[in-house]
Design a protein around this ligand. Structure first.
Ligand SMILES: [Mg+2]
Length: 268
């Protein structure tokens, strides 16, 4: 396989570049591929399903781990959800669940993040400090007609919160409670939604045929990349660290599977 014409390389973060955003130890093979791509003049970008942290916070984490790029090329599910809402209703009033990160991406997009009615959209990212009152308020607002957006779609995930390593229920599971209570079905914005990949590639200024997406997760990175029409590379990591997402019936077979990202260098 010849990847020499691929000029835009979009990386997943958790379990691809670093273990996860709360354990930001870099994978050595990822650092090696990253610098090879830089030497060849390729454009590097990040597209992560993390919604509880903002683009700026994810950028800080990867920079500290040794992956350098402009903050403008870091795309989170929170930023994508903010763009989705902004495109439909500029300046909408949004009630946002999500550890502060999603809120930051929403404010950066010019949306009005609010905790009182009227609310146009309820957006739910992973939030380990969420209270019953917040969940109940979100449910009431959706019952009264607010749109419901799930920021990314993990059922659960490992992480570290208030110093504690554990497994936590994800945004998709929180949204399921609101869906159950209201009968409203949420729009999920995050990989594998193909539009996220398409928008990322086009916003940076490339054609889909010149782009590659690399990730550890067949159901999010690979399914989304395939559906968008970009080349997909699956890196085999510890299966215990793969976050559970729904592929939505999309094709999860990668263009290329590698055990180490260093194997990609020979194909550049
Ligand atoms: Mg991942």
């Amino acid at each position: 396989m010849d990847l020499s014409r691929k000029k835009l390389w979009v990386f997943d973060v958790d379990n691809t570049l670093i273990l996860d955003v709360e354990h930001p130890t870099p994978f050595k093979d990822a650092l090696t591929l990253w610098s090879s791509l830089e030497e060849k003049g390729c454009t590097l970008a990040i597209l992560t399903n993390v919604g509880r942290l903002s683009s700026r916070q994810v950028h800080q984490a990867v920079e500290r781990a040794g992956f350098h790029l402009p903050v403008e090329r870091v795309y989170t599910a929170g930023a994508a959800a903010a763009a989705y809402i902004h495109n439909r209703s500029p300046g909408a009033r949004c009630f946002v669940i999500g550890e502060g990160g999603a809120q930051e991406d929403f404010i950066a997009r010019g949306l009005d993040v609010a905790n009182n009615p009227p609310i146009d959209f309820v957006a739910v990212a992973a939030d380990r400090g969420m209270t019953f009152d917040e969940l109940n308020f979100a449910t009431k607002m959706v019952k009264q007609g607010a749109g419901l957006v799930c920021v990314s779609g993990s059922r659960d995930y490992s992480g570290k919160y208030l110093g504690q390593d554990d497994v936590y229920i994800g945004e998709r599971s929180i949204v399921a409670a609101i869906e159950h209570a209201t009968g409203v079905v949420a729009v999920t914005v995050g990989k594998p939604l193909p539009e996220i990949v398409t928008e990322t590639v086009k916003t940076i200024g490339f054609k889909l045929t010149n782009a590659v997406i690399i990730g550890d997760n067949p159901n999010s990175d690979i399914a989304g990349g395939n559906a968008a029409g970009v080349t997909t590379i699956l890196v085999k990591r510890d299966p215990h660290n793969i976050v559970a997402f729904e592929s939505g019936g999309l094709d999860t077979k990668p263009t290329l599977t590698v055990k180490s990202l260093e194997d990609v260098i020979d194909l550049l």
